[in-house]
Design a protein around this ligand. Structure first.
Ligand SMILES: Cc1ncc(COP(=O)(O)O)c(C=O)c1O
Length: 369
């Protein structure tokens, strides 16, 4: 599904950690990685953490929003986003997905705002960013804080400005399917000194500055190791090349699938960004008599790995049990989560492998008519 590309520098920088004995989060590569990532996305601070989910936990928590106030966020996303909001004692308020590019449908934002709304969480989905001009104007109109989840957007820009550079606080994931991987890892980015200081404290158990092992509040161990950061530095060096590769990968799939009436494909571009195809997703049109899970099962029989789309937050059993989103409907999310899936789209994929995937998709669809 997703083979990472790791090379000579990854090996060399990792060997330096082992040779020097700097393997924990105290090592120098952590700060170097933080500074380089921050520079790349035009931020003042980067705070490296253990993964993209813990990055979100910190990003939401450090805003210090009053308990029970509302955070507007997409219904179509990974659970980490809503979990961070709920765990911080806040109320997630969902917005349905856009049927074309699957990001939060920003035309619906005004319908979801209440007197208790305090923040909006933007999550860029699969390869194209959310329309940030609309989000920024909306947030400014209603005086909202902005959390930008750029977990999937390394190397992507919005109108030329790097994703991960918007809002009060932004986050990345460095899981192996990302354009930069550290095995597991994440980062919080911000321009605000005090948000950065709070994140640094909370990621490391919130030791009191005056006396280690004395704690004024409960923190977490969300630290990233020096070894992971060393990998991250080498991966960041190849980011532009990785994005070029992903775009070529997306282009090849587009060329082969464009003429197929059964498929809704990701747009190659919008007026604000060119797709980076973090993953190459597709949605089966309603006329196709099988849904995504059946399609994926049939592709698996042909030895093609796939992954389903996200499952809507309003349909998550865990949130139903907690009493969230009862009776709420998000029809686009409900549809694409049942009819959408993504193809092998890792950085390590070869053109031959892609041709095999294309052939298999065509074969399954021909058999499903
Ligand atoms: C949009 C988004 N946010 C957050 C995460 C969580 O990142 P991690 O898997 O590093 O915890 C992911 C993971 O893929 C993601 O796609």
């Amino acid at each position: 599904m997703n083979q990472p590309v790791l090379g000579r520098n990854e090996k060399e920088y990792l060997a330096r950690c082992i040779d020097s004995g700097w393997i924990s989060s105290e090592g120098p590569a952590v700060q170097e990685f933080e500074e380089k990532m921050a520079k790349r996305v035009g931020r003042k601070h980067g705070i490296a953490v253990s993964n993209g989910s813990t990055a979100l936990e910190l990003a939401v928590r450090v805003l210090g929003l009053p308990e029970g106030t509302e955070v507007i966020m997409p219904s179509f996303t990974i659970i980490s986003c809503a979990a961070a909001v709920v765990r911080a004692g806040l109320k997630p308020v969902l917005v349905d997905a856009d049927p074309v590019h699957w990001n939060m449908d920003v035309r619906q934002l005004d319908d979801r705002v209440t007197a208790r709304t305090r923040a909006i969480m933007v999550v860029h989905i699969y390869g194209l960013p959310t329309d940030m001009d609309m989000v920024l104007a909306f947030a400014s109109r209603h005086n909202l804080r902005i959390i930008e989840d750029a977990a999937e957007m390394h190397g992507q820009t919005y109108r030329g400005r790097p994703c991960g550079g918007f809002g009060d606080v932004s986050t990345f994931s460095f899981y192996p399917n990302k354009h930069i991987t550290t095995g597991e890892g994440g980062m919080v980015l911000t321009d605000a000194d005090e948000i950065a200081a709070r994140c640094r404290s909370l990621r490391n158990l919130a030791h009191s500055p005056a006396r280690r092992f004395v704690h004024e509040e409960l923190g977490f161990n969300y630290r990233l190791t020096n070894m992971q950061a060393a990998l991250g530095i080498a991966q960041l060096e190849r980011l532009d090349e990785s994005v070029r590769k992903k775009r070529a990968m997306g282009q090849l799939y587009n060329e082969h699938f464009r003429a197929m009436p059964e498929l809704e494909l990701p747009p190659a571009k919008t007026d604000y960004a060119d797709n980076i195809y973090w993953v190459y997703g597709m949605v089966l049109k309603d006329a196709v008599p099988i849904d995504a899970s059946e399609m994926m099962a049939r592709l698996a029989e042909l030895h093609i790995g796939t992954r389903p789309f996200f499952w809507g937050m309003h349909e998550q059993p865990v949130f139903k049990k907690m009493g969230w989103f009862s009776g709420e409907r998000y029809p686009v999310t409900a549809r694409i989560s049942r009819r959408g899936f993504y193809l092998p789209s890792g950085l390590g994929i070869t053109e031959d492998q892609q041709h095999r995937v294309v052939k298999a998709v065509k074969q399954v669809l021909a058999g499903a008519r």
